[in-house]
Design a protein around this ligand. Structure first.
Ligand code: ADP
Ligand code: MG
Length: 458
C-alpha cells in the first residue's frame, strides 16, 4: 500500500465507516504535493462537506498523519465537482437483495406498515451532484440506523426523490436488520391516526405503538403546519424515540428553520441531526434517469428523444418520468418515435418557441459577430476575454433559443461539450432577468438572423 492508501485506511478506522462514507467518499485526496511541500489537498464537491471535515476531522487527520509518518502535514481544501467524486460515490456497495415483499403487518400491532414501493430502492436511485449528499446521508443512516445522524432531515422541492430515498432506507433496513420495526408514514397519515385515536379515546395506545418503532420514516412533515396538537404529539414521539436511540428520518419541502409556524422546540429538535437537501437534477442526471426507465421498461426509445425529454423537463423528476411514460405510450401506436413525433407529442406543453428550421448555427454565430463587431475566429477560439466570452455565450443561447438544436449538437459546432452550452444558456437567461437592454439586443439579432433568410417556421 502506498502512503495515501495507508492514510485513508487508518482514517476510516479512526472515524468509522459511516462518517467516512458520508464526508470523505465523495471527496478526493490529492497527495501530489505531499512529499515535496507537505501538503495534502482534499477536494470536496460542496462547501459544507469541506466545513464539516475541517471542524470535525482536521485535527484528527493531522495527528493521524503525524503518528503514521512522523512528519507534519498541512491540509489544503478545494471545492470542485469532479466526475471522479461521483464515480467514487457510485462505487459504494449497492445492496444486492431483491425486494419482493415488505414486512407489512408483522411489525407494530395495529399499525400495518405502509407498503413500500418496490421501485424505491438505492439501486434504482440515480446519483448526480444535485442529490449525492442526500443519497450518501441516507445510505449512512440505512447502514447504521440510530447510531449517527439522528434525525436525518431530507428536504427539497416536489418530485425530486425525497420519498424514494426514505423508502430506500426502509427497504434496506427491513432486509438487513430484520429485527427492527420499521414504519414509513406520511405526516397526513400520522395526523389521521392521531385524530382517530383521539376520537376513540385511545391516545395512550397510539403513543405506545409509536414508541416501539425502531425506524420511523415520516414523510412531508410540512403538512403539520397549523396542526398544533399533532405537532405536540409528534414532539413527544420524537423525544421518546430519539432518547432511546431509535432512528428518525423526516422529509419536508423546506429546511426546518423555514417551517415557520412550527413550534421552536420542534424545529430545534429537527436540526439536531443531519440536514440534506436535494436540488433539481442536472441534464446528465435527468438523462441517466430516463435511460434507466428506458431499460427497465424495455421501451427502446431512441437516445435523441431521451435527450429531448431531458432538455425540456428540467425541474422535477416526477414530470420527467411522466413525459417519458407519455412517449412510451405513443410508441405503441407510432412505429418509430423520432424527434419530430416527440415534438408533436409535447407541442402544447413546451412553450411555442417559433422554432426555425434549417437555420445554420454558422449563420447565427456570424450574425452575432457582425452585431458586436467581433471576429468569427475569435468566437470560435478558446479566448476568454470578457466580450468574446459573452458573445460566444450569446451565440450558443441563440442557437438553442431560435433553432432548438440539441445541446450536444450545438456544442459540437463550437468544439465544446454540451455542458458548456447549458451553462451559457443559463448564464444569458440569468442576465436577461436583470438586464433589459440585453433583451432588446437579442431581439434585434434575432431579427437580423431571420430577415436575412427565408426560413420555414415550424
Ligand atoms: P418527492 O418525494 O421528493 O416529491 P419522489 O421520491 O416521489 O419525490 O420522486 C418522484 C419520482 O421520481 C419517483 O418515481 C422517483 O422514483 C423518481 N426519482 C426521483 N429522483 C430519482 C433518482 N435520483 N433516480 C431515479 N428516480 C428518481
Ligand atoms: Mg414525496
Amino acid at each position: 500500500m502506498n502512503k495515501k492508501e495507508i492514510f485513508i485506511e487508518e482514517l476510516k478506522k479512526i472515524i468509522g465507516s459511516a462518517d467516512f462514507d458520508l464526508w470523505f467518499r465523495p471527496s478526493v485526496f490529492d497527495f501530489s504535493q505531499e512529499e515535496e511541500n507537505s501538503i495534502i489537498t482534499i477536494i470536496t464537491p460542496y462547501v459544507y462537506i469541506q466545513d464539516n471535515i475541517k471542524t470535525k476531522f482536521l485535527n484528527k487527520m493531522k495527528d493521524l498523519y503525524d503518528g503514521l509518518f512522523h512528519k507534519k502535514i498541512w491540509f489544503d481544501f478545494k471545492v470542485e465537482r469532479k466526475k471522479d467524486n461521483l464515480e467514487l460515490e457510485l462505487e459504494q456497495p449497492a445492496p444486492t437483495y431483491e425486494l419482493t415483499k415488505t414486512n407489512e403487518g408483522d411489525s407494530v400491532d395495529g399499525f400495518k406498515n405502509s407498503v413500500l414501493n418496490p421501485k424505491y430502492t438505492f439501486e434504482n436511485f440515480i446519483v448526480g451532484d444535485s442529490n449525492q449528499f442526500a443519497r450518501a446521508a441516507a445510505w449512512a443512516v440505512a447502514t447504521n440506523p440510530g447510531k449517527q445522524f439522528n434525525p436525518l432531515f431530507i428536504y427539497g422541492g416536489s418530485g425530486l426523490g425525497k420519498t424514494h430515498l426514505m423508502q430506500a432506507i426502509g427497504h434496506y433496513v427491513i432486509k438487513n436488520f430484520p429485527k427492527l420495526k420499521v414504519l414509513y408514514i406520511t405526516s397526513e397519515e400520522f395526523t389521521n391516526k392521531f385524530i382517530n385515536a383521539l376520537t376513540q379515546k385511545k391516545t395512550h395506545i397510539f403513543r405506545e405503538k409509536f414508541h416501539q418503532i425502531d425506524l420511523l420514516l415520516i414523510d412531508d412533515i410540512q403538512f403539520l403546519i397549523g396542526k398544533e396538537q399533532t405537532q405536540e404529539v409528534f414532539f413527544h414521539t420524537f423525544n421518546s424515540l430519539h432518547s432511546s436511540g431509535r432512528q428518525l428520518v423526516i422529509s419536508s419541502d423546506k429546511p426546518p428553520k423555514d417551517l415557520l409556524s412550527f413550534e421552536d422546540r420542534l424545529k430545534n429538535r429537527m436540526e439536531w441531526g443531519l440536514q440534506a437537501d436535494i436540488q433539481p437534477p442536472r441534464f446528465e442526471t435527468r438523462l441517466a434517469i430516463l435511460k434507466q426507465q428506458n431499460e427497465q421498461l424495455n421501451a427502446n426509445i431512441n437516445i435523441e428523444v431521451l435527450e429531448f425529454i431531458a432538455e425540456h423537463f428540467t425541474s422535477d423528476v416526477r414530470e420527467l418520468e411522466g413525459a417519458f411514460n407519455k412517449v412510451f405510450a405513443f410508441s405503441h401506436t407510432y412505429t418509430e418515435i423520432n424527434l419530430s413525433v416527440c415534438r408533436n407529442i409535447f407541442k402544447d406543453i413546451i412553450e411555442d418557441k417559433k422554432i426555425v428550421k434549417n437555420v445554420s448555427i454558422k449563420k447565427i454565430i456570424k450574425t452575432v459577430c457582425k452585431y458586436y463587431n467581433i471576429d468569427y475566429d475569435l468566437i470560435m477560439s478558446n479566448k476568454r476575454d470578457q466580450p468574446i466570452t459573452f458573445a460566444r455565450q450569446l451565440a450558443m443561447y441563440l442557437c438553442k433559443e431560435i433553432s432548438d438544436y440539441p445541446y450536444k449538437f450545438i456544442g459540437k459546432e463550437f468544439n465544446k461539450d454540451h455542458s458548456t452550452v447549458i451553462h451559457s444558456f443559463k448564464k444569458i437567461q440569468e442576465m436577461l432577468n436583470t438586464d433589459t437592454g440585453l433583451l432588446e439586443n437579442i431581439n434585434l439579432i434575432k431579427k437580423n438572423i431571420l430577415n436575412d433568410n427565408d426560413f420555414d417556421f415550424e
